[in-house]
Structures are given as structure tokens and as C-alpha cells.
Design a protein around this ligand. Sequence first.
Ligand SMILES: [Zn+2]
Ligand SMILES: [Zn+2]
Length: 403
Amino acid sequence: VPEAPLRVVPAEDEDRFARFRLIGWWDQARLEGAKVLVVGAGALGNEILKDLALLGVGRVFVADLDRVERSNLARSVLFREGDEGRPKAEAAAARMREIHPAVRVRPFVGNALTGIGLGVYEWADVVLAGLDNREARLAANRACWLLGRTYVDGAIEALAGVARVFRGPEGACYECTMGEADWRQVEQRRSCALLGRDAIPERHVPTTPTSASVVAGIQCQEAVKHLHGLETLRGSGFVFDGVAHESYRVAYTRSPSCGAHDVFERVEPFDGGAATTTVDRALAEARRLLGPGAVVELPGDLVTSFRCAPCGTERRAMRRLEALRERDSLCAKCGAPMAPEIATSLDGSEGLGGATLAEAGLPPFDVVRCRSGERLAGLRLEADRGEALGALAESRAPDGRRT
Ligand SMILES: [Zn+2]
Ligand SMILES: [Zn+2]
């Protein structure tokens, strides 16, 4: 008895995305070619990453510092009981590959505030945030604005949430939306940086998987629209009210006093890395780009040294302020808390010319901020590209060119 002829099954991906293609403007190739940076792999991040995998987005860089805890399991579609203790970014990346094996995803286990170079933001077509604190949002917003990238923010609390889209150089940015109470919270955390920040209790916001899926869904839809060149929520937000269902759209006003509207006038590749390039070398490049008065602006407050008032002891530090704790500032000789010397930019007069950019707080694959007055130009630390992006670093576009 002859066997039934084999059925020809269409290529997996063609079949897989068939229902998307019924949407008139949908272009699956755009999503397959898309590069997305996701900051945060918590409750919102899980939903974002799940949607990106289902949508067939081609390349995803996901950053998160934390490890999976038991209380994450009820709000995180990608985590399982056996994942407890595993870095969230790695667990989420593994589950994304199960959902869609063709996705190329790079997990980054580290601090989103200090560990992701601006080169990663520049690499991305769109940046989605699933963050639970304003400090990290402020940093992601500034990074996106500097490079003209679209920033899609999300926030949830209980049965409510908000999704918002910002993109420079026109209109409002995330920082423009910060009210006085928001700043008080941020400033309180900042001023406590060296005064026992370890003791500040973590504020846990009540969140649910349902509000996370709603807000992350809107964030991902906005990303899809952006990738298709369609109009988005840019400069505004969608406020979801899951209790009374009085949801609405809010338009944000650009604040003239906002300090987050710097934009690189250009970014040039530089054949060096954060760990191998000295401050002197970067200053020479900055001056080549912008003239003799140029300085190198630092991505954050750099504690260059400590000085002990009671006993006169001095100690070199070279650490980002955010990375220091009270115990790091104690004098080895007399035990008193020492006063930090803080730098926000370097002009060569600090005696730090021989230090590396990494020692000055720049992460790998960062874009060095070269400043002269109002002018700001960037130097992308190309030597770190492979280390930062891994397998995401290169690909071939359909026409054969490298992207
Ligand atoms: Zn602003
Ligand atoms: Zn001392």
C-alpha cells in the first residue's frame, strides 16, 4: 500500500506570522530586522520581552541587574519555579528563544544606570523600559534624547498604569514630566548616596501581571508603529485606569528649564575601548572635534578621591558615586567618614590624564561626551562593540550589506 504523499509545509516563519500580514500596513521584515533595547526584565519587562518574541522582532538586548525571586513568579510570564536565583535577563532571554527560536537576544546582567554604553542605545532602533525607579528612567531618557532614539516608558501600580513615548529633539521628554514630588524622591536617594543608602528601605510598588500585560502591550504596539514609521504617542502618554475605566491620553509640555535636552551634533567612531583609552587621549580627540576648549563630560558623578578632615588622610577613589556606599568612604586610619571630591567633567587639570575612561566611570561601548560650550559631539568606543553586543554586533541585511 503506497504511503500518503508528504505534505509540503510552508517555511516556519511564513506560516507563523500569517495573521500579522492580514494587517494592511504590516511589514514583518521590518520587525525581523529591528534592533530593540529593553531596560528591565521585571514584571513589565517580562511582558515586553514576551510580546517582542511573539511579534518576531529580530534582535533584542535586555538588561537587568537582579535575580529571580519567588515573589516575581506571580507577575512574570517568562519565569518558572526553577529559575529562582538565576539572573532575570538570562532566564528571560532563554524563554524568548523557546517562544521564537529565530530571535537573537543578548542578556546583560548589570546595572542599567551605569553599565550600558551609549553605543547600545545608538545601536537600537527603539528603547523600551520596564523599570521600577525614576533614576534609571531619567538615565535611559537622557541617553535616548542624546542620540535621537525613541524612548517608550511604562509604569504600573495596582490596576493602573501609563505608557508614554518620547523622542528628541522636539517636544517633551520624560524628565519634562517630572513634578516636584518626583524630584524630591530622586534627590533624597541621591543625597543619601554616601550617607547610608544601604539603610534606605526599598519601596515595593504593588503590581499585578494584568496591569503589566496591558501597559507592556501598549508599549510594544507603540514600538511596532514606530518601526513602521507610523504616528505614535510621541510627547504624550496613555493613562490606563483599570478600576473605573476612565482611561485617557495626556499630552506633555516641554519644560524650558529641563536639563535633559542635550543632543549630539554628531557621533564619530573611535578605535579604542573604555578600558584602554586614557582621559588624555579622549581629551585630544575632543579637542580635534570641537577645538582647544573642549572637555570630556562624564556620564555620572565621579568620586576622584576622598579626604579625611580629622586626620588629613587622602585616598584615590575613581568610582561612580552611585556605586559607592557609606563604608567605602570610611578612613582606614581613623575610621571617620571622609569627604568625597567629585568631578562631572574632565579638562586635563585634574591630574587624571593617565586614568582610563573605564576608571572615570564610562561603561564599555560608551559614546564619549565631548563638550565645548553649547556644542556636544560624541566618540563611539568601537573597540568595545563586540564585548557589548556579542552576537548582536553584526548581521547581514537582505541586500547583503552589514548592519
Ligand atoms: Zn525634558
Ligand atoms: Zn582619618
